[in-house]
Design a protein around this ligand. Structure first.
Ligand SMILES: Cc1cc2nc3c(=O)[nH]c(=O)nc-3n(C[C@H](O)[C@H](O)[C@H](O)COP(=O)(O)OP(=O)(O)OC[C@H]3O[C@@H](n4cnc5c(N)ncnc54)[C@H](O)[C@@H]3O)c2cc1C
Length: 397
């Protein structure tokens, strides 16, 4: 006989770990399955708004925050540098961005779920899921064991299997990003390489590059967020992104040859409009990257993964799983749709946006507020003087 759970969560990233925590803390019998042994590496810049802490009760930030960013240094083709404070005005509420290593951060979230009572099984992949009768889902794992659950949460990332098995998100569009971790000693290289400064470069075709500070290394990456395909691949795009990464290191006075760098590529399921994210009458729910919740303008997904995972756990506990697509729409659609329109403009006219938006005296503060959820993307969209900017031209779709 198979073991039965109220909730089986597939994937111990931020979405899955938050879903498991919220379900378990509400007394549901919860299993969190992760295919890789934990803690596991995840290709990611690891930049999160401090406000993500609001989604994570019972966690101590000191356990996973490696650096706290309060300034951003923007460049255009490595020139025209603009260093700006996130908090230029002492009268405004202070904000910052946390820099985390995903192996540490995600493991802290999983440990929190376990403390709340979730059973965690790592190194074990979900292989198959199918409805069993009207009220259960039957899951088979890589070791051949079978489980049943009232609900499963597909929090298995950009290439999630659960979505495919449930026939959800068949047309998913993926962007590509590349990242490398470069050991670093503070004091070496460009004077602006400091633990409180995040570096952002906007010359990248349809995207941007970043250098994020961590305790003993730099997370250097580049992504094409405006360009998406069904596979999220393309060797030519990867080679182009790798050149931006080596170029960035050179420009910051810490040069590396490409052969010395271990590049990690990973697809990003950028939001492209509201989709159906539940199936089998709410027995299957998708969250995080599996639900396509990466923000189309900035390409960040951790806070949306945490939030959607937590909401999924709560929706199940409160008997609202059959309305999950509506919950996702209500919480994310207005902001992400507006971000998509802004992204189309930004990545079509990056030079104009750099001069008029990024370098605007309030630009960095506005970006931090958007990332933190303190300001809605829809509110910014309403304020953009479209007619003046477009001069009668249409945005490319
Ligand atoms: C290069 C790069 C840089 C990024 N930088 C940032 C950034 O700075 N800030 C930010 O907010 N976002 C960033 N992102 C996006 C961010 O990484 C994702 O949005 C985030 O990881 C989504 O979390 P998740 O829990 O939905 O999925 P994931 O973190 O991908 O977790 C999914 C988990 O499911 C597991 N899994 C998959 N299949 C199975 C299976 N069959 N059975 C069991 N387990 C399974 C996987 O092993 C994985 O652990 C970046 C992404 C990339 C590619």
């Amino acid at each position: 006989m198979s073991t039965h759970y109220d909730v089986l969560v597939c994937g111990a990233g931020p979405a899955g770990a938050c879903a498991a925590y919220e379900a378990a803390v509400r007394g549901l019998r919860t299993l969190l399955l992760e295919k890789r042994p934990l803690p596991r590496y995840k290709t990611c810049g690891g930049g999160v708004p401090l406000t993500v802490g609001n989604e994570l009760p019972a966690l101590v930030p000191e356990a996973f925050v490696e650096a706290t960013v309060t300034q951003m240094r923007h460049t255009w083709n490595f020139g025209d540098a603009h260093l700006a404070d996130i908090n230029p005005n002492p009268d405004e509420p202070p904000m910052s961005l946390w820099m985390v290593q995903r192996a540490v951060f995600d493991h802290a979230l999983t440990a929190r779920a376990a403390r709340a009572g979730a059973e965690v099984r790592d190194g074990l992949a979900l292989r198959h899921a199918e409805p069993e009768g009207d009220t259960k889902v039957r899951v088979t794992t890589a070791d051949g064991d079978a489980y049943t659950a009232n609900h499963i949460v597909g929090a298995d990332g950009a290439n999630g299997l659960v979505a495919r098995l449930a026939g959800l998100r068949p047309q998913r569009l993926l962007a590509i990003a590349l990242e490398a971790e470069i050991p670093h000693r503070w004091g070496d290289g460009h004077p602006a390489l400091r633990p409180e400064i995040a570096h952002l470069e906007y010359g990248v075709r349809q995207g941007y590059a970043w250098v994020f500070p961590k305790a003993g290394h730099l997370s250097v990456g580049a992504g094409m967020f405006g360009q998406r395909s069904a596979e999220g691949r393309g060797e030519a795009s990867k080679a182009e992104l790798a050149r931006w990464i080596t170029g960035y290191l050179g420009a910051l006075g810490v040069p590396r040859r490409a052969e010395e760098i271990e590049f990690h590529g990973h697809p990003l399921p950028i939001w492209s409009g509201a989709e159906t994210v539940h199936a089998w009458s709410g027995r299957v729910l998708l969250a995080g990257d599996a639900a396509g919740l990466v923000n189309p303008l900035f390409g960040d997904g951790i806070s949306y993964a945490c939030r959607s995972g937590a909401l999924a756990g709560r929706a199940i506990a409160e008997g609202r799983a059959a309305g999950w697509t509506e919950v996702v729409r209500e919480h994310f659609a207005a902001g992400h749709d507006a971000a998509l329109t802004l992204a189309r403009f930004f990545y079509q006219f990056p030079g104009v946006c750099y001069r008029m938006g990024v370098k605007h005296p309030r630009g960095t503060r506005i970006a931090a507020r958007l990332i933190s959820g303190d300001l809605g993307f829809d509110a910014v969209l309403d304020r953009v003087p479209w007619k003046a900017l477009m001069g009668g031209k249409k945005l490319a779709r």
